[in-house]
Structures are given as C-alpha cells and as structure tokens.
Design a protein around this ligand. Structure first.
Ligand SMILES: [Mg+2]
Length: 382
C-alpha cells in the first residue's frame, strides 16, 4: 500500500458510554434521543440490543417506542459525550499527527510511514483499538486501506468491535452493497437501478461514458470509486487558514439588522471553530456598501478564543465606525490554533463546556435563545 489510511468509528457511541457508566444497562436495549412523549423527538444512538428490534438512529422516538416498548429511553448528556470525544481525539494524536475528525466519534488517521512501528496492519489496528478500550473502556471499529473511501467502508464491515483490512480493493468492493457506496443516495440508486446497475461489479463494468451521460460528473466519480480509487488527503483541521462566512443581502441592510446579521455570522464561524477544536486570534469584518466600496478591518486578540461572546465584542468594535446601508457583510476568523488542553481557569472551562452544549443542541435543531448567553444583546436569537 502506498498510503495507509485508518478510519476509526466508535460503536453505538452515546449508548456505549451510558452502559459503561451504568452496568445495569448492559445487555439491554438502550435508546438515546429526544423526549419519548414528543412527536418530534428522534433517536440519536441506540445499543446493538435495541437495533435487533429495528430501532435505528434518526428514527422518530415514537416509532422506536412502538418497536421496542421495553427499551430504556435516555435523553443523553452531550457534555459528557463531548468530554469522552476529546479524550478519544487525544488518543488518535498519540498515533499520528495527521488526524481528521469526521464527527464526535470518528476520524481518519493517516498512518503512512508508521508501518515499521507495528508487526503489520492487523497489529496497527489492534493497538489503536486496544488503547481506546484501555483508556475509555469502549469499543471501536477500525478499517485500514490505502484511501479514505475504502477505509470508511472497511470500518463499517464488521461492526461492532471490528477490524477490517483492505488488501485487495476490488475483491473487497464486490462485497459492498451498492447503496453503501459514497454518493449513492436513494435518487442515484434509482437511476442506477433503471440502468440495470444494482451491484458494484456491474457498476465497474459499465462504460464511464454511459455513467457520465446518466449522472453527469457524479458518474465519473462513481466509476473511479468502483475501481477503489480515491485520492483525497487526510486533512487535519488546523490546516484551515481561516474560517468565515459572508452574506450578500437581497436588499441593502442597516440599523439593528446589521447587528443581528453580524451576530449570526459570528456565531456561525465560531461554531465551526469549536467543532474543529480550534481557536482564533484574528477577527476580520468585511463590509460592502451599495456602491461596492469594500472595507476589511481586522484586529488581533490577546488570547486565542472560540468564544462567540468575545469574538462578537471585537466584531462590534471593528464595525462601529461604519454606517450602512450594506450590501454585504462578512466575518472571518484566522490565525488559528488547535485548542490547548483544558484551561487552568475553571470559569473558562465551564464556559467552553457551555458552548459545547449550546452547539450540540443547535446541531440537533433545537431553538436556543442566544439572548440568554449574549446578555448585552436583547436582539439576539429573535
Ligand atoms: Mg460511530
């Protein structure tokens, strides 16, 4: 293998943590998710015992309750899961500096060049799994291949507690259902099916021109994937040079709209920062007037931060001298650094935990009034 890419995915992460911390739950169908009495609640994660009853993530909780009435329904504790996730990412960092987190419980590790530390790829995978088990008392499934696409499919192959090494991409891919191929959602699947393509070998044997005619650029992509080709690199988050957003308005905005828009853009950028475990030192505000005159103003903070409050104070200061109306506003954060381990100051620790909780609730689509946090801004969250 010219590259060695490892994909690690924790097994039933939230449910596994709850079971670890409360052994009475072991062997029982544990379902983590929203309020079981609310029509809008969905399953976030469930134990493998619950899966036997047809319960799965993203399913309405009410349906899960019908399928598995004796299940143990828990609301979950995002703060706890985020703390375990941080420990998990630290374990990955011990194996290689090239780690790309994909979500709270999975990551790609580029282990190219690390082979000689291990007896072989099986030993490499076992050591990663072993360290996770030893430190966190949780199981992970690991896939090892020469690219990201195959490694991710491989980690899914023997779940839970699996370890799959892809030596021969073609033979391996032929065991994968077409629906599991990257980019094959329900509508693409339908199109492929209508062309008589329902498995990977048939996809591979279909002329690339035919696929491109039917699916455009995606046809070309699928052709490459069917051959096991994927050249994407593992990209550690700190390689991002800046994180930011800008917005052009359908109508020029002014007054309190500007304040609201800047807060929205700041929060969006800060959330992306926190999701990637980064902090920024430089804050830049971009403002474009109706005649296209554009100003960009930056300032550098004394300490790196990912705190929406602190960043927004700076944004307001930078924007203050400029009077609208504006046709475009942007906020970008740069001079990025990986978040250092926990702060010595308890106050800051608590605050960063608070942001984690708020972010996770927002990610779940729950409505959080920013005003509760950004007290100086009664407009926020409206
Ligand atoms: Mg997982």
């Amino acid at each position: 293998m010219n590259r060695i890419i490892v994909h690690v995915d924790m097994d039933a992460f939230f449910a596994a943590i709850e079971i670890r911390d409360n052994p009475e739950l072991r062997g029982k169908p544990v379902i983590i998710g929203g309020d079981p009495n609310s029509p809008r609640g969905v399953v976030s994660t469930c134990s493998y015992e619950a899966r036997k009853f047809g319960v799965h993530s993203a399913q309405p909780i009410a349906q899960a309750k019908r399928l598995c009435p004796h299940g143990i329904f828990l609301r979950g504790n995002m703060e706890k899961y985020a703390a375990v996730s941080r420990e998990l990412m630290q374990i990955f960092d011990e194996f290689t500096p090239l780690v790309e987190p994909l979500s709270i419980d999975e990551a790609f590790l580029d282990m190219t060049g690390c082979e000689h530390f291990y007896k072989g790829l099986f030993d490499m995978g076992s050591q990663i799994k072993g360290r996770i088990k030893e430190r966190l008392d949780l199981t992970a499934s690991v896939g090892i291949a020469h690219n990201k696409f195959l490694a991710k499919l491989a980690s899914d192959k023997e779940k839970p507690d699996g370890l799959t090494i892809v030596d021969d991409p073609i033979t391996f891919l032929d065991t994968i259902p077409l629906r599991k191929m990257w980019g094959v959602g329900p509508s693409t699947y339908k199109k492929l099916e209508s062309m008589g393509i329902t498995d990977v070998p048939t996809l591979r044997n279909t002329p690339v021109d035919t696929l491109v005619r039917a699916l455009g650029k995606q046809g070309f992509q699928l052709h490459k994937l069917s051959l096991g080709i994927d050249n994407r690199q593992v990209e550690p988050p700190h390689e991002a040079k800046s994180i930011g957003n800008e917005e052009t308005f359908p109508e020029d905005i002014s007054g309190s709209q500007v304040h609201k828009e800047l807060l929205y853009l700041t929060d969006k950028a800060a959330r992306r920062l926190r999701r990637q475990n980064l902090k920024c030192r430089t804050v830049t505000v971009k403002m474009r007037l109706p005649d296209f005159t554009t100003f960009e103003k930056s300032s550098t903070l004394p300490e790196p931060t990912a705190d929406t409050d602190i960043i927004f104070q700076e944004v307001k200061k930078l924007a203050k001298p400029y009077k609208g109306p504006f046709r475009l506003l942007g906020v970008s954060l740069s001079n990025l650094a990986a978040e250092t381990s926990l702060s010595l100051f308890e106050e800051e620790q608590n605050k960063s935990k608070l942001w984690e909780v708020i972010d996770s609730l927002k990610d779940k689509g729950l409505d959080i009034k920013k005003a509760a946090i950004l007290e100086d801004d009664p407009e926020a969250g409206k």
